[in-house]
Each structure stands twice: as C-alpha cells, then as structure tokens.
Design a protein. Sequence first.
Lengths: 290, 196
Amino acid sequence: MKRCRTWRKNIPAAIYGELDAKTREKLERHLALCEECSGLYAGMAATVRKLDVRPAPDAPPQFWEGYWDRLERRMVSEAERKALPAAEPFRPRRAFSAPRWAYGAAGALMFLALGIFIGRNLLRPPEQSIVVTRAVPLGAVPGGQTALDAGTIPRPLPVRASHYLKRSRVLILAVVNSNLQTEDFLSLSLPLQKKTSEELMIEAAALKKEIGSSDRRLERLISDLELILLQIANLKSDPDGSDIEIIKAGVESRDILFKIKLNEARSSIAKSTAGLAPGPRSDSLDRAIV
Amino acid sequence: MSRRDEARWADRLIAGDPSAFRDFVEAYKRKVYGLAYEMTRNHSDAEDISQVAFMKVHRSIGTIRPGRGLNTWLYQIVYNTAIDHIRKRSFYPQGALPSLASEPHFDGPPDPGAGPEKAAEAACLRRRIDEALTKVSERERAVFILRHYHDLKLKEIAQSLGVTLGTAKSYLFRSLRKIQKELSEAEACPDHGDRP
Ligand SMILES: [Zn+2]
C-alpha cells in the first residue's frame, strides 16, 4: 500500500504512546486494513515488551558514593591547569577560561576563598595614594595632578589601574556567583557590592581621563566595566536569577573577565621585561615615588 | 525530568547557587552515566564521558536560558561528548562492541519473586538483548536508549541529536526492527518461547 511507509515510521511512536489521538486513530484504521503493517506493529510491540526484562545499566553503589568527589577533583585540577600564572606567555583564548569555570563550581571550593578575599580586599577602601616623607618632584604628572599635594602622591597609573581591575573582577565574580537564596546575601553582601560598584565607577571615570589615548585597549575595557558596574549598582534590593543573568551575559558578551586576565598578563610581562617600568607614559610617575 | 523540574533546575543553575551544580550532578549522574555506558559498553569510558559531560555542563551554565528545555540541552552535551570520545579513541569497529554481559554489575537485580529457572531465563534474554543492541548503529542506539530508558519524547531526542523529528522516528524504527530481528534469529532462551 502506498502510504505504508509513512505509517510504519509512526508505529514506534504509537507503541511509546507519542501519537496524538487523531493520528493514532488513523493509524489504527490503516492497521485494520493492512495485514503487513499490523503484523509489523504486533511484532514490534512484543519486542518492546520483551525489553522490560533488561533494566537500564547501573553501576554498583560504591561507584556512586565517590562520584562527586572524583568529579570535583578532576574539575579542580582542570581549572588549575587552565588558570595559568599571569606571567606566562600569551596563550590562545581558551587558556584563560577562568571566567567560565569560576561561575559556579570548581567552584564550591573557590567560593569560600572568594568570600574571604572579598572581605579582606574588596571592602577595604581603595589604595589611591601613599604617604611619602620625601617626595621628589619630577616634572609634569599626567592628568595634571601635582605630586606633592598634602604630602601624598598618587600611586602610578598602571598600579591603580591594575588594582581597580582586580577589585572589579572580584566584585563581578562575587555578584555572578551570588546565592540569591540566602539572607546574608540580601542583607549584607548585596548592599556592599552595590556600594563598591558605585565607588569603582567614580574611580573608572578618573582612570579613563588619565589613560586617555595612551592605552586604548585598557580604556575600552574600563568603559565596558563601567556598564557592568552600573548594572550592579542599579540592582534592586531583592534581585532574582534573571537580573544576575543579565549581568552575567554582559560580562560574557564583552569577555570582560578574560580581558582583565589579559591585562594582568600584559602588565606583568611589561614588568618582567622592563624592570619596574610598567607601561607607557608612567615613567615620570614611577620616578616620583622612589 | 518534567517540565517543571527542568525550569527549577535551570533557575537554580542560572542563579549561580553554589550547591545547585552538585545537586544537579547527584540528580542526573545515573542518567548521564547510563547513556554513556550504552554508547561505549565500557565502565571506565562511561565514567570518563560522564565527567567530561558534567564539566561541559558546568562551563555552559551561562548558556542556559530560562524556558529552554534543560533535558535536551543536557542530553545533547552527553551525546556529543560520547560521540567525541568514541571517535577520538577510534574505539571499537562498528558492530564489535563488547557484550554488556561481560560486566558483572550489569546483570541487574535478581527478581526476588522469580524462581531460579525464571531468573536464568530472564538473564538469558537480557544477554540476547545486549547482543542485539551491539548490532544497532550509534545513532539508532542512542535514539532507542533515550526513548526506551530515559523516557525522552521523540521531539526531544531529535533536538538532542540535532536531527529532524522524521529522522529520529526512522532511527527508532530501524533500531527496534534490528533488535526484533536479532532476538528472533538468536537461539531461543530455555522455555521462553521467544522464537517466532
Ligand atoms: Zn500498511
């Protein structure tokens, strides 16, 4: 019969109860008329019934007991392998996949460390300047600041930029890893994170001005960061998963965590190849701190 | 998993709840391992595939979108990981999979209500089915396993394997036909009467 082929393809679907009532009825009508197809149906249905004797594969209980531990160990070691020290030579993108794994779990371990780190570093006021007892004026400072105001001089731009990027990174990781369910998060972490975001945004504006055209890449990164920081600062006091998701998507689409990592690698290479001189246009600043 | 379960898991994973991933692993490890095992017939390969699949799941949490089928997403990852693994190891040539029966823990729990004869008969039939499954191609087998043992709808299976619904239906038809043929051609198990 001409339509047998079409009907046959639907026989397994019928056996597994996937046909809608109308199609099923049509199939039944065909089976009533077509001996060949009805024989096929009967044989296949009998086969499926026989399969009941074979349970789904399973492993012994002791295998399952240690399953998570083995998986976690492997995840941690893969993460360690991938998160290379910053001074290592550049690798293609994949080598720095820290942002992705950091999003959750190798994670569970890292989370604790992160919490401690946030407490110690992120929430401490930014080290914008250091006190010097004897400053050596050495000409113009980019951004028009004078080095000797009130006995303090600004830290070199690259140092501040790097510190700024680190704090931003820690903040972003903390936010995207937030456990929205906990009271601690809503009453303690979130308000602090929002406040830190605001501070970092103010700092970003100043940094961008100073960087100017000397490092376009860094300037763009800070601009991208500003958008994310703004989203964090504007988070409502009881954010849900989709609010965090939007931030996460922004971070990912701009590859922000990777770029921060890259910047760290760049500056540490600059340091290792040129002694302490960190980057363009900062020599005068460096000398000023001696 | 039901639609509601899927949505619940998706929300928890997206929210970055640190315990969500571990709970997810605990909830789905058997399914993930099960498919990997059926695809390779080897315990350590199955564990390796399941671990790699879960690591991919973890890395891809950012790609979960609320409302998108988590089931399909998960099985797609597992299936592709298994296929990669098989290709990479250029594994067994088609049709030369070792029989499941060689793995002792796969005999399944004995039915306490059945007598020794019945149990022997069931074990024999299980072996026949295992052998029949080795004659089925990877894709056909995956479709059959996902439909029969994992209770996925054909539409979900099609999405997981990246094929059309019609193709998934054909694979299921062909796999069942092959199993049927193999069982009818195999030597009958004692007193089961499964010969035609
Ligand atoms: Zn017909």
